[in-house]
Ligand binder design. Structure first.
Ligand code: XMP
Length: 536
């Protein structure tokens, strides 16, 4: 029987991350709304329940609550932040406003290393984000960790299998968070960890084959890892009835179209149609500066291209998209719950409501690194597996303000330089030349002393800000470009990458001397949260 852990979602920004952390330990995990009935939760194979965080205060009018019986089923329950507060409250504790809102990295003192905190150091960094906290526990509870502001930063119930943490073990800002999940899953829930991506791929192929039968399917293929994995899975399920469509929307990076065409021809046996739609995208975006409007226009335009292309293929019933879990959660709360909308990812919220196709989204419950794992299982070449993510709306979301053909050309050149220099730096760090063989103008990792860069994304952004500069003896009044580079494992949280000064210096001087229209380059030093990775 498949072992399952259920996350009950109280509207946390990071519920999906919790699911991801559980699956990372080879335990299947599903998310249900907090209001799910006990029958729905108590599935065969259920090994544990996790109560997510959430934006509400447990005392607020209409704050999400659960049936107290959940703590008495014998199945272990872990409450995170709001989930802990709710559990403590329902089981006789008191929650109140913290003396000061605790937000950000905080030092946790572990006072009892049993169960959930087994094997952890006496002190560790954790990520806090709460206004309320458990201020008094009933005598049934035992505190096992505290911070300067939270007397009960972690606790357990002495008679019931309920554990709670005030901090967020699911975000990478809690470096030892994985161990907390491991303890919950293996020490407390007694999972054996038998869930794997290979079985997910097999199941998906089978399900799609059953659902689609002999009908025709088109797939929007961008050449990125998500849509490529989605296309290859569907191709394995239905073969010749799948046609892939690559849209040149004018929002692509330098040389991207040729690269994608070559990759698809060389590595995947997919039926591919390439559509040139540059003109229509750029015309529709004329004069639009609002980021959400831009996303919607791009989403609609994609569907219109798919629609026109599909008409030439006869009756097409389905459209495949490589939508991932984070796209879903950041577009809308997946469950219509209270999660705040961050932005409309083009392949979710940006699509028109009355589409002529049914959607197939085989990766909708997966995170990027899980998709990479499937790609490995499917035998994708490393270069494609490690290709950096590129958003569906492309450079459209990396030009802040109006998107025009001229601004696209400027950004494309600046972006190519950022990528070229960082990739050159990475390849040098991987294969240092014996002596002095570095190309002129490229930085030496030895000199910079920095280790190898492990970047999730690195690109340029174009701002609608002109400022005065001086070039030769001339005054200039031109645009600003941003270097954005982040480290992340899933795109849900990210740290700005500490690129060596020499590397950013090279990028900056190349951009200002080679790209007409840019006279200032800045480096983004914000992480996610509080920023996002893209600028919009
Ligand atoms: P943000 O900017 O929200 O991005 O921190 C998180 C990750 O998602 C990518 N992204 C998108 N991917 N369609 C996509 O397929 C989109 O509309 C989209 N918007 C952002 C972004 O590049 C980052 O990796």
């Amino acid at each position: 029987m498949q072992e399952t852990v259920i996350v009950l979602d109280f509207g946390a920004q990071y519920s999906q991350l919790i699911a991801r952390r559980v699956r990372e330990h080879n335990v299947y995990c599903e998310i249900l709304p907090f209001s799910a009935s006990l029958d729905k939760i108590l599935l065969p194979g259920l090994k544990g329940i996790i109560l997510s965080g959430g934006p509400a205060s447990v005392y607020a009018k209409g704050a999400p609550r659960i049936d107290k019986k959940i703590f008495f089923t014998g199945v272990p329950v872990l409450g995170i932040c709001y989930g802990m507060q709710l559990g403590a409250l329902l089981l006789g504790g008191k929650v109140s406003s913290a003396p000061s809102r605790e937000y950000g990295k905080t030092n946790l003192k572990v006072t009892d290393k049993t169960g959930l905190l087994k094997g952890l150091p006496n002190e560790m960094t954790v990520w806090m984000s709460h206004g309320d906290q458990v201020s008094r526990m009933s005598s049934d509870f035992k505190g096992i960790a505290r911070t300067a502001n939270s007397p009960y930063a972690a606790a357990y119930h002495k008679r019931l299998p309920f554990w709670g943490v005030q901090f967020h073990p699911e975000v990478t800002h809690t470096p030892l968070g994985k161990k907390v999940f491991k303890n919950f899953l293996y020490n407390i829930c007694k999972c054996s960890g038998n869930w794997q991506m290979a079985s997910y791929a097999k199941e998906t192929i089978k399900k799609v084959r059953e659902e689609v039968g002999n009908k025709k399917v088109i797939c929007g293929l961008s050449g990125g890892i998500d849509s490529s994995v989605a296309a290859v899975l569907i191709n394995k399920a239905i073969g010749k009835n799948l046609t892939c469509i690559f849209v040149d929307n004018g929002l692509l990076r330098q040389d991207e179209k040729e690269e994608v065409k070559n990759n698809i021809a060389r590595h995947f046996k997919l039926k591919l149609i390439v559509v040139d739609a540059v003109q229509s995208f750029v015309t529709k975006l004329k004069g639009v500066t609002d980021p959400e409007k831009k996303r919607h226009i791009i989403g609609h335009e994609f569907i219109s291209v798919f629609n026109q292309t599909a008409k030439k293929l006869g009756k097409v019933d389905y459209l495949v998209q490589g939508t991932l879990y984070p796209d879903v959660i950041e577009s809308v709360s997946a469950w219509g719950g209270p999660t705040a909308k961050i932005k409309s990812h083009h392949n979710v919220g940006g699509l028109p409501k009355n589409m002529p196709f049914k959607l197939i989204e085989p990766l909708k419950y997966l995170f990027k690194d899980e998709v990479r794992e499937i790609a490995r299982v499917l035998g994708f070449p490393k270069r494609i597996i490690n290709r950096q993510p590129f958003p569906g709306p492309g450079l459209g979301v990396r030009i802040v303000g109006e998107v025009t053909a001229e601004r696209l050309a400027v950004l494309r050149k600046a972006d190519a330089i950022v990528r070229e220099e960082i990739e050159a730096y990475q390849s040098i760090t991987r294969n240092p030349p014996p002596t002095g063989g570095l190309p002129i103008n490229r930085v030496s990792p030895k000199r910079s002393g920095a280790g190898q860069l492990r970047l999730w994304q690195y690109f340029a952004v174009l701002l609608p800000i002109s400022s005065v500069g001086v070039m030769g003896d001339e005054r200039t009044y031109e645009n600003t470009a941003v270097i954005r580079a982040v480290e992340s494992t899933d795109g849900m949280t990210a740290d700005w990458a500490r690129l060596p000064y020499e590397l950013v210096t090279t990028i900056s001087s190349r951009i200002t001397s080679e790209v007409r229209g840019i006279n200032r380059v800045v480096f983004d030093i914000t992480s996610k949260p509080p920023s996002t990775i893209e600028w919009e």
